[in-house]
Design a protein around this ligand. Structure first.
Ligand code: ZN
Length: 327
């Protein structure tokens, strides 16, 4: 090593020290610990679908005890727990999405399901966020032209009213004819009677502004109802299509992204007709897996978008959306 080398090394070392000195001195704050900010998650997600634009909005991030026995109540707990462990998920709690969807067709702005609101399944402050999340998502309640209700459960209708007033002052409403007939009748009993009471407060008052659909009926051009009866007597999904792009909103055909998909035959405690719901679930999974179509699943983890793969050994698998819908 020559003297020159040594000198150069010393120079570099001292230049480094000099350069570093002002940073350390002037910016005492830079070396101080930054405050911890707490967890942060996005509550909105938007993408284009042909000429349409679709915005997903988180109505809750609450955890729920389960999945067993809420899902898989007709099998042994151990079987459900083992499936959770195999998927690196806890067996005693899970976090369903609660994800209303806004579709702007360019002509109409349509909300699919309204979340928990003030009296839903997940009460405030842990749920009922749609009203507050509309603005950060880019919408004002008065811009909503159509409110579509997949079915009459509290976590889907609860956002229709805010402090007793309609949240969407300019909207018309759309729901399934069979579902409306059921929830507005005196047929629901037990827990279902409580849901029916909420329905009478939240949905029935809008009857004159409501269009009652049967499977196959059109909401607006490009959006049609799909019969998905069972979860509730008239539960509907919706096919959303623009140009060559398609999305299926399946409402409550699944309540857990692993358990419901792996075993469509496992009962869900929220299904009014459990056998029919299981059949519908299998049919819906078969359709979206065969068509390889994107799915908007209300209770899938936010942003509640994905695809369904048919597994060789039976059952299905949820493939959460990454960037496919951005292409
Ligand atoms: Zn639901």
């Amino acid at each position: 090593m020559s003297t020159l080398d040594l000198t150069r090394r010393r120079f570099l070392a001292s230049a480094g020290a000099l350069a570093a000195a002002p940073l350390i001195g002037a910016a005492g704050a830079a070396t101080a610990a930054a405050p911890l900010l707490g967890p942060m998650e996005s509550k909105t997600y938007r993408f284009g679908l042909g000429d349409f634009e679709v915005t997903m909005i988180a109505d809750s991030e609450a955890f729920v005890d389960g999945p067993w026995p809420l899902i898989g109540g007709n099998t042994e707990r151990d079987e459900v727990d083992r499936l959770m462990r195999a998927n690196l998920l806890p067996a005693n709690k899970y976090r369903p999405g609660f994800t209303p969807m806004v579709v702007n067709t360019g002509k109409k702005v349509i909300v699919f399901d309204t979340g928990n609101g003030e009296r839903g399944f997940v009460p405030r402050p842990h749920g009922g966020w749609l009203a507050k999340q509309l603005e950060p998502a880019g919408f004002k309640p008065e811009q909503i032209d159509v409110v579509v209700l997949s079915h009459g459960h509290p976590d889907h209708i609860g956002g229709l009213l805010e402090k007793g007033e309609p949240l969407f002052p300019n909207a018309r409403y759309v729901t399934g004819a069979v579902d409306y007939d059921y929830w507005s009748s005196d047929r629901p009993s037990g827990d279902l009677a409580k849901h029916a009471a909420l329905y009478r407060d939240y949905v029935v008052p809008f009857a004159e502004k409501t269009t009652f659909l049967n499977p196959g009926d059109e909401v607006v051009p490009g959006i049609r109802a799909i019969g998905a009866f069972g979860h509730t007597p008239g539960h509907l999904g919706f096919n959303v299509e623009s140009q060559d792009k398609r999305l299926v909103f399946w409402g409550d055909c699944a309540h857990h992204q692993v358990a419901s998909l792996a075993r469509p035959d496992w009962h869900c405690v929220f299904d009014v007709d459990k056998e029919q719901a299981a059949k519908t679930r299998a049919q819906m999974f078969d359709m979206v897996a065969t068509d390889k179509v994107a799915v908007s699943g209300f209770h899938m983890p936010f942003p509640s978008l994905g695809y369904v793969e048919r597994r060789k050994g039976g059952g299905y698998r949820w493939l959460a959306h990454t960037y496919q819908l951005k292409l």
